[in-house]
Structure formats: C-alpha cells, structure tokens
Design a protein. Structure first.
Length: 343
C-alpha cells in the first residue's frame, strides 16, 4: 500500500514536493515527556531497545506529537557491536561503556559477522511499527557508519578525542581495515534485513567523521560507506550523514547516495555547490536555535529554507535534539517548516 505522506521519500528520490518535508534526528528521545514515561517502563536503556512494543511506541510518538513527516526506528547504533560479540552498557548521564574493547588481531578474529537474525528484536520493532504507522509516514531504518562503530569498539566509551581509536588507525592500519570490513559486512546484512522488515529508507550515521583527517576519512570511512551504499541503494533510498566532513560533500555524492545529511557549520549555498545538483540535502539547523525565542526560530528557519530552495531538500537539524530543549519550541520549529511558502 502506498504511503499517505511520502514527502520525505519523494524528496530523497529527487521528486518535487508540495511543501518542505521535515523530521528531526533524535526525535524519539528525552525531549518528549511521553518518551521518558515509556522509558521508565523498562529496566534500563538496553532492555528498552530490546522491547519491540516499547520501541514501537516511542518511534510513533514524534509523528503524533510533533507532526514530523517520517518516523525513525527507536534503536541505537551500538546494537551492531553487541551483535558482533561486544556487549555495551548505557550508563545514566554518562553514555555508552564497553567492558571488552578491540586491541589485537585475536580480538577481531573472535568477532562474528552479524546476520539479520542476530538483531531480531530490531526487526520485530520495525515490523510492528510499520503495521502501527499504517502507512502514515515513511519509516527510516539506520546504522552507524563503520568508522564510528570502530571508534566505540576500540575506545570502549564516548570521548571528546577518541584518541585510542585514532591511535589504532596509526599503529594498526591493517587490523583497522580488517575490523572495518567485518563491521561493513555486518551492517550490510543488518540493513538488508531492516528493509525486509519494513524500513522505507536508510540513514548511515558517521557521527565521528569530523575527528579524522581528510585522507583518513577517505581511507577508513568513506571507502566502507561506499560499499554499504552500493548494496542498499538498489533497495531503498540511502542518506549519508558524516558529521563535519564538509570537504568531502562531492565525494560523498559520488557514492550515489540519495541524500547527504549536513550539520550547521556549512551554509546551504556552499553545501549545494560542493555536493552538486544530483543529490538531496538534509539539515542543517543548529539544535541550539531551538533554545531561542520563537521570533528568532521563525526568522532563522525561513532564511535557511529560502537558501536551500525547493529542490532536493529535506529539513532537519544538523545533529540530534538535545534532551533539555523545550518540546513546545521543537513543535514550533516543525510547524514553521510545514507552513513555509517560498518567496
Ligand atoms: O530518534 C532517533 O533519532 C532514533 C533513535 C536513535 C538513538 N540513537 C536513541 C538513543 C538514533 C538514530 C541513535 C543513533 C546514535 N547512537 C548515534 C548516532 C547519531 C548521533 O547522535 O551522532 C550515536 C553516536 C549513538 C550512541 C549513543 N547512544 C550515545 C553516545 C548515547 C548517550 C548520549 C545520550 O544522549 O544520552 C546514546 C543513548 C541514546 N540513544 C539515547 C537515545 C534516545 C538516550 C538514552 C536515554 O533514553 O537516556
């Protein structure tokens, strides 16, 4: 059955849309009191992610409450390390933590290549959400880009510099490539299963692209992103969000991905010039804009939308919503985008 609101999908495919489509990274999250209430029903974050009914509930909340034009499945990029044999914990107010990390060849050899069925709980959540959404909006599936996943597997936690992960690239480049290859194969298996389970489009999150040099980004990140895009693009539209890698927009476009996600540190005109005309751009409001008074949100958003223009554009933030933003301001931003008319 066709979707009732397919604006995001149409924009990703380069088709004209009646208005600017909008969704928000981290829309299923702590900014919504309703999310916090559902989360309180699970023992901890991981139990929450592994519960398809609860995951489905919080995936649909932002569609109902914020009026966004797409749902993104509630899960985490760290389910892939776990499926490969590196379990994680999500420590309250601190973030992810891995008991075991990757240091040696035997650590890499011990990892399994994940298959779709290793992530059955995500697939069930997708199936259930697809059914419950009843074709109202597209459902986005996702995974982390291989470099960002390696960064967590080697570092063992979040970090400002990820210096252990970068040290690994400089001291063990061959092992790094072996690990990236295993993560890539696991991600391809996982994403193909997500599509079978109902994902209408896929986004790759390379959240830590920005800590690599340009040369390292091409060698250790984009090479593997490209492999994933080639496998998934024939199935559904693919978005690549490589945070802070502006210098690479033309090369990211060369992968043939449908959409490139951009953060707020590049302006729309420059991003379009770099990326070329054959790709959709997604972004790029600073999440901190939503701390501003409504008048500022309105003016800045209108400026941004006029600069991106009507063609090949999906409105979003330049990174995820912060948990302490006011839900009403987030709603206001979505309304401003949905009621916008080009000059
Ligand atoms: O709405 C959505 O965007 C869908 C769900 C989603 C989550 N994580 C849920 C989540 C998505 C797409 C992610 C991706 C993710 N996870 C990324 C890439 C995107 C980005 O932000 O750069 C990364 C780097 C992670 C790893 C991760 N997960 C960290 C570092 C943290 C802790 C930081 C924090 O915000 O607490 C998480 C936890 C997490 N994942 C939360 C949510 C809603 C918060 C946990 C909670 O409920 O307390």
């Amino acid at each position: 059955m066709s979707l009732l609101n397919n604006l995001v999908l149409k924009a990703a495919k380069g088709e004209k849309t009646e208005r600017v489509p909008v969704w928000l990274m981290r829309q299923a999250g702590r900014v919504l009191p309703e999310y916090r209430a559902t989360r309180a029903k699970a023992k901890n974050f991981i139990e929450f992610v592994k519960n398809p009914e609860l995951a489905c509930e919080v995936t649909i909340q932002p569609v109902d409450i914020l009026g966004v034009d797409a749902a993104i499945i509630f899960s985490d990029i760290l389910v892939i390390p776990e499926a490969m044999g590196l379990p994680y914990q999500m420590i309250e107010a601190k973030g992810p933590w891995f008991e075991k990390t990757i240091k040696t060849k035997s650590d890499i050899d011990a990892l399994k290549i994940a298959e779709g069925e290793d992530l059955n709980y995500v697939l069930k959540a997708l199936q259930l959400t697809k059914k419950e959404l009843n074709n109202r909006v597209p459902l986005i599936g996702f995974c982390g880009a291989p470099w960002t996943i390696l960064a967590y597997m080697v570092e063992g936690s979040g970090s400002k510099t990820f210096s252990k992960a970068k040290q690994f690239l400089y001291t063990e480049p061959i092992l790094a490539h072996q690990l990236l290859e295993k993560i890539t194969q696991s991600s391809i298996n996982y994403l193909k299963s997500q599509v079978k389970a109902g994902a209408d489009m896929i986004q790759l999150f390379d959240s830590w692209a920005g800590i690599l040099s340009e040369k390292q980004f091409y060698e250790f990140s984009l090479h593997y992103i490209n492999k994933i895009v080639q496998e998934i693009k024939p199935l559904v539209p693919v978005t690549v969000f490589a945070k802070d890698a502006h210098y690479a927009l033309n090369k990211i476009a060369d992968t043939g991905c449908n959409t490139i996600g951009i953060d707020w540190t590049i302006n729309p005109t420059k991003a379009r010039n770099e990326a070329g005309k054959n790709v959709t751009l997604q972004g790029n409001a600073d999440p901190c804009l939503l701390y501003a008074p409504e008048k500022t949100i309105l003016e800045e958003t209108h400026k941004m939308l006029n600069e991106f223009g009507a063609e090949r554009y999906i409105c979003n933030l330049g990174h995820g919503l912060y948990p302490d933003l006011d839900k009403e301001k987030v709603k206001y931003f979505v309304e401003v985008v949905k009621s916008f008319k080009f000059n």
